[in-house]
Structure formats: structure tokens, C-alpha cells
Design a binder for this molecule. Sequence first.
Ligand code: COA
Length: 315
Amino acid sequence: MSKIVATGSYLPKKVVTNTELIEQTGIDSSDEWITQRTGISQRHFAAPEERVSDIAIQAAEDLLEQLDEDVVEKIQLIIVATMSSRLPTPSVASQVQRALNIEHAWSFDVSGACSGFVMALEIAEKLGRDQTSGYTLVIGAEKMSEILNFEDRGTSILFGDGAGAVLIEQDGAGLPHYKSSLSSIPDPEDSIRIPSESQPEGLMTMDGRSVFNFVLRNVIPSLANFIENDVGTFDYLISHQANSRFFEIFAKKLNVDLEKIPANIAKVANTSAGSIPILLDQLVKEGNIPLDGSQTVIFVGYGAGLAWGQISLKI
Ligand code: COA
């Protein structure tokens, strides 16, 4: 079977605490409000000159440095999930390919917002069934600080920058015990929207309450249905890191131990497409997921679109 052989991640050096963010932006908020309503204490922000591609490349390099040098030449497919690149083309994936010096590969981006990583993994898994050798690199990368409106207390407190990466060794047989379900529903209100940079209001807007309700009304029943027969059998439910209140609701509504729903939102906030692979890499590096095929993991991503998706696999 194909398998995930390595993970990597990158968080920019600059850490901004809630108190620092409030001081720097002048928003009417408090550390207490942010911590209690979201679970976020701090986030990482990239330097002004760092682009989404730089963030993605750092995550890829973190991953590749654990492997033999010749692995990089065998990467045939690079998919980057991102919504925050200010450069529509070349794609972030093409820039990763160039930086890694890979002569021949197929590289493209997926714009799936906070569901981007699960969408990219789904595409990688499906395309991998035609790929009997070589590797696929899947990255979720965001520079949210570039698209945040720092005068808006409803959004500026929630997001951070960072990237996570996974490498799949393909043999054409698909990932072990792979099961997935991805969906989108129309969102006439554009609950989460990022206009183009050229527009004066080129920053993100979000109706947080509406997104919260979407998770309660759509994502949770769908996830409940997805894991119905597996509740006692999986090791981790690795959720997108949007609000820690969701994890408590998931645990209660899905009848899952909170310990099975790991979180790093307190330290990294919501890094959109970076969220799931950054947390996965943390779990791998801490030794909780040894990548030896012994763990059953469920990924769930949800957000703008409105879109969501869940994937279950042995890892
Ligand atoms: N500090 C202080 N007060 C704030 C605030 C902040 N940073 N942000 C909003 N408020 C205020 C609101 O203005 C509102 O005040 P009002 O009652 O005077 O109008 C009050 O707090 C309650 O607002 P509400 O939006 O109902 O709060 P909430 O409990 O829903 O929390 C979010 C707001 C954004 C944290 C929450 O809705 C959320 O996490 N939504 C999901 C968003 C998300 O995950 N988006 C990413 C895509 S996955």
C-alpha cells in the first residue's frame, strides 16, 4: 500500500500574544475574552518579506531533511493547499518545486480555505492510484497575517501563519484503510471572503457566528455519520484548529474522549490550510503517531465555501 512516510512543519519565528496583538492593533478586546471564547493565547506571524511560498518551502525542507537525499528527485506530484498567496501565478506548488530543484513533477495549488488540506490529501490519494512509484508532497500553507484586517476584532484575533507537509510514498494501491467524505454547500452570504489585493478592501471578512453555526448544523452531523462505526476504534480525531469550543462540542456530541482530539490552537491559532498538517507533524514529532501504520486517524477540515471534509486512514 502507499503510505505517509514523513511529515514536516514550519512556524514563523515571531510569536504574538493576545495582549501584544491588542496593544499593537488597538482593538477593543482582552486576553481573557480571546482565551475564553476561542482557546487562543498566541499566534506566529511571518516577517513582511516572507511569502506563502517561503513558508511552504520551509515546511517541505523540515520534512525532507529527515529522509535520504535522493527522495526529493522522486517527488512526482506537489499539491499545496492555500488561500492566502498574493501571487495567483506561479502557484505556490510551482515555487516549491523550483526551490527544491525538482526537474519533473506536476505541481498545483488547491484553494479550499480551512478545508484545503483535506481536499489536497483527497486529490493526492485519488491521483496516487495511477502512480505506482515515487512520492507525492502535500502541503497546507498560509500567511494569514497578510490578509487580516487588524481593525476587525472578530477576525484578527483568530488566525496565524504557518505550514505543514506530508510525504506519501506511492505504489498505486492507495493509502491504507482510506475512507473519505467531502462536501460543499452554497453560501449566498459569503461568510468568509477575501477580495483581491487590488481592491481597496482586499482583506478578509468573516461572519464568525454564521461559520460557527455551519459547524454545528452541517459538519457535526456529517462527522457523526462518518465515524458512526469507528467511534471506539480510532486513535485521533485531528480537527482543523478554528476554535477550541468546537473540540468540546465534538467530544460531547460524538461521544469521543477529549484526549483523542488533540489541539495546538492555544499556541498557533487558526492557520487555515496549515492547521491539520502542523498538528499532525507535532504529534509525529512527539512520538504519538510513529508513522508505522499502527494508528487510525481521522482528519476533519471545515470553513469557507462553505466546505468541509473528513478522511479516515491508517497511518
Ligand atoms: N473581543 C471582544 N469582544 C468581541 C471580539 C473580541 N475579539 N470579537 C467579537 N466580540 C464581541 C462581538 O462584537 C459581540 O458583541 P455584541 O454582543 O456587543 O454585539 C460579542 O463579542 C459576541 O459576539 P459573537 O460573534 O456572538 O461571539 P462568539 O461567541 O460567536 O465568538 C467567534 C466569536 C468569531 C470567536 C466565533 O463565532 C467563532 O469562532 N466562529 C467560527 C469562526 C471560524 O472558525 N472561522 C474560521 C473558519 S473555520
